[in-house]
Ligand binder design. Structure first.
Ligand SMILES: CC(C)(COP(=O)(O)OP(=O)(O)OC[C@H]1O[C@@H](n2cnc3c(N)ncnc32)[C@H](O)[C@@H]1OP(=O)(O)O)[C@@H](O)C(=O)NCCC(=O)NCCS
Length: 154
């Protein structure tokens, strides 16, 4: 990316989930931090899931952004898969330097290589700055999204 030494790569099991969470926490400061065992367990499950690729933007040895992708097998649209994007976040001091753009371009490249017919995401209605980012990279607000939060902890 222009001017900045930021590299985008897929996370690997050897990465430290605590450091990845430090970036993700910027999505919802105030969110409680999972204990180390729970985080490690989720990290293992994530890497074991077929079609899952968590992208990291790395500057030196610092994680400055992340974007999570899942390629889902599908029976419609000629049985072509689709990609769901989730947890897009860039560390505050790194914003407006093209980091999210490079992350999303990497996701689109992965989706294209996987034969996906669409890349889809939902974003909280209040995140208007993020909406401007998605529009800047070619995403259209062409659907009405629904979500239902489940509050019962396992
Ligand atoms: C949304 C977010 C990921 C954008 O990351 P970023 O690295 O700053 O975005 P980029 O620098 O790649 O921006 C690319 C383009 O998107 C648009 N854009 C990005 N942030 C914007 C903002 N705050 N206001 C207006 N336009 C914005 C601009 O067109 C920008 O190009 P420009 O800087 O040349 O004008 C980042 O602001 C963030 O982490 N926000 C908090 C978490 C969040 O809301 N995540 C989305 C959850 S759905």
């Amino acid at each position: 990316m222009s001017g900045d030494d930021v590299v985008v790569r897929a996370a690997v099991p050897q990465d430290d989930p605590e450091r990845v969470f430090d970036v993700l926490w910027q999505l919802a400061p105030g969110d409680s931090r999972p204990d180390a065992d729970r985080l490690a367990c989720a990290w293992r499950d994530l890497h074991a899931q077929a079609g899952r690729r968590l992208l990291l933007a790395v500057a030196g040895d610092t994680f400055v952004g992340t974007l999570d992708t899942l390629v889902a097998p599908n029976l419609t649209h000629g049985a072509r898969p689709y990609m769901v994007v989730e947890n897009v976040v860039v560390a505050p001091t790194w914003r407006r330097r093209g980091v999210a753009r490079v992350l999303m371009l990497a996701a689109l490249e992965y989706a294209t290589a996987a034969g996906c017919y669409k890349v889809q995401l939902v974003s909280n209605a209040a995140r208007t700055e993020a909406h401007r980012f998605y529009a800047s990279i070619g995403f259209a607000q062409s659907a009405v999204g629904y979500r239902r939060y489940l509050t019962t902890a396992p």
